[in-house]
Design a protein around this ligand. Sequence first.
Ligand SMILES: CC(C)(COP(=O)(O)OP(=O)(O)OC[C@H]1O[C@@H](n2cnc3c(N)ncnc32)[C@H](O)[C@@H]1OP(=O)(O)O)[C@@H](O)C(=O)NCCC(=O)NCCS
Length: 146
Amino acid sequence: MTEGLSLRISTKDDIEIIHSIYQSEIGSSWTYDDFDKKRTDTHHRIYSICINEACIGFIILQVILPEADLLNIAIHKDFQSKGYGTEVLKNITDLMKRSGVQKIFLEVRAQSAAVCFYERNGFKKIDTRKKYYNNIEDAIIMQYLV
Ligand SMILES: CC(C)(COP(=O)(O)OP(=O)(O)OC[C@H]1O[C@@H](n2cnc3c(N)ncnc32)[C@H](O)[C@@H]1OP(=O)(O)O)[C@@H](O)C(=O)NCCC(=O)NCCS
């Protein structure tokens, strides 16, 4: 990985910054407590994306072997488009492989710029859920074969 860039299992101290990055980059439906509960839940993994040990983003997965769902990834605006997200996904897919995961799924808004990001990183569109978001926007289901 790029010098200074690292992934670590999120600590309770990371949750406040993770929640604020989530609110500014993704939305507002998950509360601080939602993240904190997932942090200690056996089926969820939250990793902090760090630069020189400072948390600048997160990735959260639900793992029920042999499958995983990538629930969210976000990087603080100041650190986007520098290649960090790509490096993180590469590391996470390697980590999932070592954990026995065979397929990773995700669901993303059809209009999101993240669709290209995931495609560039080996995820394939496998299905569409029509008008899934607010009865307006489609959801795209994507799969990565580990
Ligand atoms: C998606 C995201 C994690 C990618 O991380 P990153 O470090 O910016 O990614 P990389 O630098 O490796 O790759 C850049 C690509 O990501 C995508 N991207 C960049 N900014 C983005 C943004 N605000 N939202 C979504 N995708 C973005 C683009 O495809 C970009 O390609 P480009 O630089 O050629 O335009 C990050 O941009 C982000 O946090 N976006 C906002 C939250 C989000 O959309 N999360 C995913 C859906 S839940």
